[in-house]
Ligand binder design. Structure first.
Ligand SMILES: CCCCCCCC/C=C\CCCCCCCCCCC/C=C/C(=O)SCCNC(=O)CCNC(=O)[C@H](O)C(C)(C)COP(=O)(O)OP(=O)(O)OC[C@H]1O[C@@H](n2cnc3c(N)ncnc32)[C@H](O)[C@@H]1OP(=O)(O)O
Ligand SMILES: Cc1cc2nc3c(=O)[nH]c(=O)nc-3n(C[C@H](O)[C@H](O)[C@H](O)COP(=O)(O)OP(=O)(O)OC[C@H]3O[C@@H](n4cnc5c(N)ncnc54)[C@H](O)[C@@H]3O)c2cc1C
Length: 634
């Protein structure tokens, strides 16, 4: 007899009479029906393999055992790659990030840097000959690489990196050395125990002149014994410079000195998608749990309500739910720009490079910081159970907050965006952002609180805050301050302008996608409600920016507040159906709070029972420590 599948009655009720086709949203997020089919086949292929399941929860293993277990599974995944139903690259993309990959490798993928940075560095910066030599070896996993740029003393300021690569014309070799403790490469993933090669970023010296940071291929460990090569600590190695600007003996300047930063741009682009995947997981866990959890008393004498029925809980969870759509659509736009810009760069056309740099910095900083804040709100919305390791919130939060620092610390990236905006505004040049900065809203600054009217407010804030920052720079200049001091003294304004610009891009992406998208009426309705909720939410959160740059009044704000709470109530009935549309399997969510069937309490209990401490009634430490204390009559 088929086993009755348990479904929490509250969740079951939430799912009744869904007014829209959930699969339509799933296909939208996957990039089409075929992609959904491919993803589900790949998930079944990977998650059905018993060898990829954890015998014990990872949190109860030692550091070394965690590493060994993750490496075992990562290597098994690579063996499965060849037979993957989705093909190599889609499978790799799925296995390297926060979705399917983290369902198997919960503590992180020891091979991630090989695919996310090492191979892209070879593809983006190696010469044809170098690619012929290294790429096949890397694809075939006959070498494991990482990307070694950050040092103990420098991560942000690349022009300050201390690792030196000196070209010796006599031997036609590069001598790589770490001249000081602070020059030691620090942080690169896989560098400690896994990688035997690295792309090392070092200052190139030739004929006594420093030509700036360049990438070098360096072998770190013996391919047979995995022992570090002799002198690896002081790095007297036989590196190869990965770029086509070094014709032995003569240094040929690249058309743009920042092309060596290209790998970082790629990762900033893919990180936007990755943090959005993590945010989707957190929102799904918190939303389902909030519809299972009943607590307190809403109406005196009534049954305890689902906590999702509190407006305060809706205010916590529905903006992040809306953000997952906003960030996904913006990340899709950025991914398309990346491909266009990269294809142009390969033809020698660098015109879009500043736009790509500006936008990738803006979106990486915005999506990672907003996702980190929203994940923490989701965690808090689940009360004590949200604090448990098994809720998966601690791991998700650790992953999204890491993204605020790696691949360019967010503040530093905001200042890069500001530099690009100030230059674009002053020169009336630039590509993508010019439509925002130059196409500024003309005419009266009266406010209308329609969707179009609110988008116009975002444009006014984006342009207005750049102008405020420029005015600050000019004021400092008139006081005789040097440009670098003026820049530093305007940092607060510059960062606000950069953030307003990033928000405008996300808002425009969301609105434009709904206009362009071929959506059924019910899906368009619910996504439009989410879009309007989100852009009002951000406006209310940043109302100071809008007061500064438009004729927004207190009356307008009160009206927008009313609209916001109306939208909370309108979207609330569809919250579970919307997160169900993400189609995130329980193994990917990896949380008893977020499981599809809502059987939360039993699963929490089962998870707790797995703890080694719960394998006996009295732990041995009682006899060693507590009992003597109890007897000691202190
Ligand atoms: C088989 C197939 C393989 C592929 C298949 C799998 C692919 C995987 C895909 C998806 C998987 C899922 C995703 C997983 C994601 C999670 C894993 C991520 C792991 C990441 C681990 C972390 C790695 C790291 O952290 S690496 C180290 C990162 N470090 C940094 O980012 C350093 C930050 N600092 C800098 O970038 C620079 O120092 C700076 C920009 C802050 C300043 O540089 P500086 O030289 O001082 O320049 P500046 O004077 O400010 O500006 C001069 C001009 O240069 C322009 N510019 C600066 N940078 C760039 C750039 N990058 N591009 C273009 N232009 C740039 C700047 O705008 C100035 O221009 P101007 O015209 O003069 O104003
Ligand atoms: C999980 C993780 C994985 C990583 N993986 C890798 C890897 O694989 N390979 C690799 O090479 N690196 C890696 N890194 C290192 C990472 O790239 C750096 O930590 C990052 O670039 C930040 O640099 P930093 O640590 O020097 O911070 P710092 O720049 O020293 O930041 C300290 C403070 O100084 C401020 N600051 C710095 N410069 C400025 C400025 N110009 N204006 C205003 N404020 C400023 C920052 O905003 C910050 O508040 C990783 C880091 C993490 C956390």
């Amino acid at each position: 007899m088929s086993k009755e599948i348990y479904e929490n009655p509250d969740l079951k009720k939430e799912r009744q009479n869904c007014p829209f086709n959930k699969e339509e949203i799933t296909h939208l997020l996957d990039g089409g029906k075929e992609k959904t089919i491919e993803r589900k086949q790949l998930e079944n292929y990977i998650l059905s393999d018993e060898q990829l399941k954890d015998a014990v929860p990872m949190e109860y293993l030692s550091h070394a055992d965690k590493y060994a277990e993750e490496l075992r599974k990562a290597c098994l995944l690579m063996h499965k790659l060849a037979d993957s139903p989705a093909g190599q690259v889609p499978t790799l993309r799925a296995l390297m990030g926060a979705g399917l990959g983290s369902a198997v490798l919960k503590e992180g993928n020891p091979l991630a840097l090989h695919y996310v940075m090492f191979i892209p560095a070879l593809m983006g910066q190696g010469t044809i000959d170098q690619q012929a030599k290294w790429l096949e070896k890397a694809y075939n996993l006959n070498m494991i690489g990482t990307y070694a740029q950050t040092e103990l003393g420098h991560g942000t300021f690349l022009r300050g990196l201390e690792t030196r690569a000196t070209y010796d014309p006599k031997t036609q070799e590069f001598i790589l050395e770490s001249p000081s403790l602070t020059a030691y490469k620090w942080w690169p993933g896989s560098l400690g125990k896994t990688a035997n090669y690295a792309v090392v970023m070092a200052q190139l010296y030739t004929k006594g002149k420093c030509e700036g940071t360049h990438p070098f291929m360096v072998q770190l460990r013996d391919e047979e014994t995995h022992e570090p090569l002799p002198g690896i600590v002081n790095m007297w190695l036989n590196p190869v410079c990965i770029s086509s600007y070094i014709h032995y003996g003569t240094y040929v300047k690249p058309t743009n000195s920042k092309l060596s930063y290209a790998t970082m741009v790629f990762v900033r682009v893919v990180v936007c998608q990755d943090v959005t995947t993590n945010l989707r997981k957190a929102v799904t866990i918190a939303t389902r749990y909030s519809c299972v959890r009943r607590q307190s008393e809403l109406k005196p004498g009534d049954r305890e309500p689902q906590v999702m029925d509190y407006q305060a809980q809706q205010n916590k969870l529905l903006p992040p739910l809306a953000a997952t759509f906003a960030f996904q659509l913006a990340a899709d736009h950025l991914w398309n720009l990346y491909h266009t810009a990269n294809n142009n760069i390969e033809q020698g056309d660098l015109e879009l490079l500043p736009d790509l740099h500006g936008l990738s910095c803006a979106l990486k900083a915005l999506c990672s910081s907003e996702a980190a804040n929203f994940v923490e709100v989701c965690r808090q919305s689940c009360g004590g159970h949200g604090y448990m390791s098994c809720s998966n919130f601690p791991r998700i939060y650790g992953q999204v907050t890491a993204a605020e620092t790696y691949e360019g610390e967010n503040t530093v990236l905001w200042l890069q965006v500001a530099r690009y905006l100030v230059k674009t505004r002053k020169e009336q040049s630039g590509g993508l952002s010019v439509k925002y900065l130059i196409g500024e809203e003309k005419g009266p600054k009266t406010v209308d609180t329609t969707l179009e009217g609110i988008v116009k407010l975002y444009r006014r804030a984006a342009v207005g805050l750049v102008d405020v920052a420029i005015a600050e720079l000019d004021k400092s200049g008139r006081k005789g301050e040097a440009p670098h001091d003026a820049w530093n003294h305007a940092a607060v304004y510059l960062i606000k302008a950069a953030q307003a610009h990033a928000r405008l891009f996300v808002v425009e992406s969301f609105v434009d996608s709904l206009k362009e998208g071929k959506l059924s009426a019910p899906v368009r309705t619910v996504l439009s409600q989410l879009c309007e909720l989100f852009i009002i939410y951000w406006l209310l959160e940043r109302s100071g920016d809008f007061f500064l740059c438009s004729n927004l009044t207190k009356q307008d704000l009160l009206l927008l507040n009313s609209k916001y709470v109306e939208l909370l109530a309108a979207i609330r009935p569809q919250a579970v159906n919307l997160v169900d549309s993400f189609d995130l399997r329980d193994e990917v969510l990896n949380s008893p709070l977020g499981c599809w069937d809502g059987n939360v309490y039993q699963r929490l209990f089962d998870e707790a029972a797995k703890s080694p401490l719960n394998q006996s009634n009295v732990h041995e430490s009682f006899h060693k420590y507590l009992k003597p204390l109890l007897k000691s009559n202190l």
